[in-house]
Design a binder for this molecule. Structure first.
Ligand code: V0V
Length: 141
């Protein structure tokens, strides 16, 4: 099952400008940045209010990136909602068994060594849902 909301992902054209915006307007802190070549993204994870809530800023690395396509089609904005799970294969299998499409047969690599899969937005009321199995599950999760 789901443990909690892992992060909310926002597509942005310029990562550094977006980090600066969220830091100066909302006082968020950039905890981690990473390039994910396979996903075609440069991303930043921002902490919200000193608690476990996190915002993920996603900028395209190249023209065929899902984020580039999203920006062209929808403009900057909410792109995904991610849930923490303890086991991504089990979570994906359970959702598949309900007849929803998962984007990947096998999990792929996400932020900070996590393992990820996605539910197709057309099967989820227009929301791109990500399942995240962190490299380390923190106590209390
Ligand atoms: C597309 N659609 C969306 C959507 N993207 N709806 C809600 N939220 C989104 N993010 C809608 C789109 O408006 C179309 O609706 C329809 O789905 C098909 O979209 P499309 O533009 O033709 O695009 P596709 O089918 O080429 O690609 C859409 C999918 C793609 C979701 C399959 O974006 C994808 O593979 N996403 C998963 C990977 C990803 O997002 N990576 C970047 C983050 P109409 O017009 O037909 O009604 S990487 C990440 O999160 C990491 C590393 C991490 O968290 O660790």
């Amino acid at each position: 099952g789901l443990l909690r909301i892992d992060h909310v992902g926002i597509a942005v054209p310029d990562l550094d400008a977006a980090i600066e915006f969220y830091s100066s307007v909302f006082g968020m802190t950039c905890e981690h940045t990473e390039e994910n070549e396979e996903q075609g993204v440069r991303e930043a994870m921002l902490g919200v209010g000193g608690g476990p809530s996190r915002l993920q800023l996603l900028a395209p690395l190249r023209e065929d990136s899902p984020i580039a396509k999203f920006l062209t089609k929808s403009g900057p904005g909410l792109q995904q909602l991610a849930y923490t799970v303890s086991n991504v294969e089990e979570a994906a299998d359970a959702i598949r068994a309900k007849g929803l499409r998962l984007l990947y047969k096998e999990p792929k690599r996400g932020t900070a060594g996590s393992r990820i899969n996605f539910v197709h937005p057309k099967d989820c009321g227009g929301v791109l849902v990500e399942l995240v199995e962190p490299a380390v599950i923190h106590p209390g999760d």
